[in-house]
Design a protein around this ligand. Structure first.
Ligand code: NAI
Length: 331
C-alpha cells in the first residue's frame, strides 16, 4: 500500500476550503489509490468552524483519509507536509486601499513561508490560491529561500478551465474535446485568455479553435472579457465568490503537476518566469505548461502575434507594479 501524502490546506474553514477538503479526501487531487493526511489551518476566530469541518470529515468516513490535523498553529500545520495549498488570506473589504490589502497578505505569507521552509517535507510543492495569488507566491518564495523556485506556483487553472468552458459553450462541443487554451499573466482582470493555439477534437481530426469559431470579433472581445470577469459574474449571481470551481481547479493543478499532463496537452499555471516569451524573469506569471515526473516545463516556441504581444506585456506590467507594491510593504 502507498504511504499517505500530507496535504496542507490553509484557510480550510473558508468557502473554498469547505469544497476542497472533501475532494482531496476522495482522491480527486492525487488519485483514487493514494491515501492522504489532511492538515487544515485557519485563524483563531475560525477555530470553531474548522472543528465543524473536521467533524464532517469524520462523518464522511472517507476510506483514503488516514488522518487529520486541524489547527490554528502554523508550525503544527506545516510540519511534514508534502503539498501545501495556500487558500487563506486577507480579503479586500469595502473602502480598503490596495496597499492595505497587500500589506496584510504580505505579512501572512511571510510567516507562513518561514514555517513551510523550516517544517515542510523536503521537496514540498506549493500552490498559492489566495489573492493576489501571483504576488503572494512571490512573497512566499522570498521568505522561503531554500524552497526551490520550481516548487512554488499559483493558481490560474480556474481561468484556464473557464476559457475551455466558454469555447465549449460557444461551439456546442464537449469541454473534454477542447484543449490548449492559454492563460497568460496575472490572475486578475488583466490576464490574457488566448485561444490562438487551442484545438477541438472532431470526427475529422483536431481543428483549430479560431477557424471553428470564425468570429474574430468575439474571440478578441467578448470571449476575453467574459473569462476575465467571470469571477465578478459568479459573485453577482451567488453573492459569494467561486468556490466549487476554484477547489476543483486546484485539484486539477496539483494532479497534473504530480501525475503529469496528457501527451499533446498543456495547461496554465502561474510559475517563475525564466524570461520565456520576453516576460520579465522573476515574476510569477501564468504560462502554458506541461508536466512530467512531478516537474513543470514552460511550453516554448509558440507564435505570438501583435495582438497577443500587447496583452502579454500589459499583464506583465501589472505584475511588475504589484511586485513593487509588495516589496514596499516589506520595507
Ligand atoms: P473565505 O473568506 O471564505 O476563506 C478564507 C479563509 O482563510 C477564512 O476561513 C479565514 O479565516 C482564513 N484565513 C485568513 N487569514 C488566514 C491566515 N493568516 N492563515 C490561515 N487562514 C487564514 O475565502 P474563499 O472564498 O475561500 O477564498 C480564499 C481566497 O482564494 C481568497 O483570497 C480569494 O480571493 C482567492 N481565490 C482565488 C482564486 C484563484 O483562481 N486563484 C479563485 C477564487 C478565490
Amino acid at each position: 500500500a502507498k504511504e499517505p501524502v500530507r496535504v496542507l490546506v490553509t484557510g480550510a474553514a473558508g468557502q473554498i476550503g469547505y469544497a476542497l477538503v472533501p475532494m482531496i479526501a476522495r482522491g480527486v487531487m492525487l488519485g483514487a489509490d493514494q491515501p492522504v493526511i489532511l492538515h487544515m489551518l485557519d485563524i483563531p476566530p475560525a477555530a470553531e468552524a474548522l472543528n465543524g469541518v473536521n467533524m464532517e470529515l469524520v462523518d464522511a468516513a472517507f476510506p483514503l483519509l488516514k488522518g487529520v490535523v486541524a489547527t490554528t498553529d502554523v508550525v503544527e500545520a506545516c510540519t511534514g507536509v508534502n503539498i501545501a495549498i495556500m487558500v487563506g488570506g486577507f480579503p479586500r473589504k469595502e473602502g480598503m486601499e490596495r496597499k492595505d490589502v497587500m500589506s496584510k497578505n504580505v505579512s501572512i505569507y511571510k510567516s507562513q513561508a518561514s514555517a513551510l521552509e523550516k517544517h515542510a517535507a523536503a521537496n514540498c510543492k506549493v500552490l498559492v490560491v489566495a489573492n493576489p495569488a501571483n504576488t503572494n507566491a512571490l512573497i512566499l518564495k522570498e521568505f522561503a529561500p531554500s524552497i526551490p523556485e520550481k516548487n512554488i506556483t499559483c493558481l490560474t487553472r480556474l481561468d484556464h478551465n473557464r476559457a475551455l468552458g466558454q469555447v465549449s459553450e460557444r461551439l456546442n462541443v464537449q469541454v473534454s474535446d477542447v484543449k490548449n487554451v492559454i492563460i497568460w499573466g496575472n490572475h486578475s482582470s488583466t490576464q490574457y485568455p488566448d485561444v490562438s493555439h487551442a484545438t477541438v477534437k472532431t470526427p475529422s481530426g483536431e481543428k483549430p479553435v479560431p477557424a471553428l469559431v470564425a468570429d474574430d470579433a468575439w474571440l478578441k472581445g467578448e470571449f476575453i472579457t467574459t473569462v476575465q470577469q467571470r469571477g465578478a459574474a459568479i459573485i453577482k449571481a451567488r453573492k459569494q465568490s467561486s468556490a466549487l470551481s476554484a477547489a476543483s481547479s486546484a485539484c486539477d493543478h496539483i494532479r497534473d503537476w504530480v501525475l503529469g499532463t496528457p501527451e499533446g496537452t498543456w495547461v496554465s499555471m502561474g510559475v517563475y518566469s525564466d524570461g520565456s516569451y520576453n516576460v520579465p524573469a522573476g515574476l510569477i506569471y501564468s504560462f502554458p505548461i506541461t508536466c512530467r515526473n512531478g516537474e513543470w516545463t514552460i511550453v516554448k516556441g509558440l507564435s505570438i502575434d501583435d495582438f497577443s504581444r500587447k496583452k502579454l506585456d500589459l499583464t506583465a506590467e501589472e505584475l511588475t507594479e504589484e511586485k513593487a507594491l509588495a516589496y514596499s510593504c516589506l520595507a
